[in-house]
Design a protein around this ligand. Sequence first.
Ligand SMILES: Cc1cc2nc3c(=O)[nH]c(=O)nc-3n(C[C@H](O)[C@H](O)[C@H](O)COP(=O)(O)O)c2cc1C
Length: 201
Amino acid sequence: MSQHEISSEVNIKHCWELIQEGIASRKSNYHIMTLGYLNNNHPRCINLIPRKLCEKSAIINVHTDIRSQKVAHLKNQPHISCLFWCKYKKIQLSLSGVAKLRHHDELTLKTWKSMRQMSKICYCADIPPSTKSSERTTGFTKKTWEDRQVIAETMHPYDNFAIVQLHIHCVERLHLSASGHEKIKFTLGPDSRWTHQWLAP
Ligand SMILES: Cc1cc2nc3c(=O)[nH]c(=O)nc-3n(C[C@H](O)[C@H](O)[C@H](O)COP(=O)(O)O)c2cc1C
């Protein structure tokens, strides 16, 4: 195969498969994704769990609290970067795109209804994320913590639930190997087709 041909394994589909593997399995190193975003022009990185990937539209969904800092910042500056790394496969995926927020709509409602009680509890916290506190806080006042199982069964915490959709435009795959590292960049064109470009690692 010539250097300019793309091997069957190294294509955008393979990158999506790794992310799908992370979504499906907690044991996968791709289960946790690092999201980079701008917080008033200052870069900030946080870990998030990718919950769903639509390969056709190249959208990754993550779940969050509408009251969190990132929501306000992503509204102002929606450009994002996502980073995945598996130390066993030795493949890093660096994605970039734009975040769009979903709240109180068909998608969030359908997702909420499919969520486990345990996952809903996070959204029952009555002290908004990043609220300053003079003492340690879990984000729950005593009474709310005691009642959390009951509250999670109501639609009250649904008000706090949001989905951030990461619209991916570019995927860079770096494979570290003793037989030679390799890097390839996939870019989504205006015709919705992915093109690739090999790069020196
Ligand atoms: C392993 C791990 C997974 C996490 N998953 C999520 C998640 O899916 N959604 C979320 O909002 N925060 C998640 N967090 C917490 C975020 O990293 C972050 O601290 C929080 O969302 C507040 O971020 P913000 O201040 O930028 O809004 C996770 C943290 C860790 C360590």
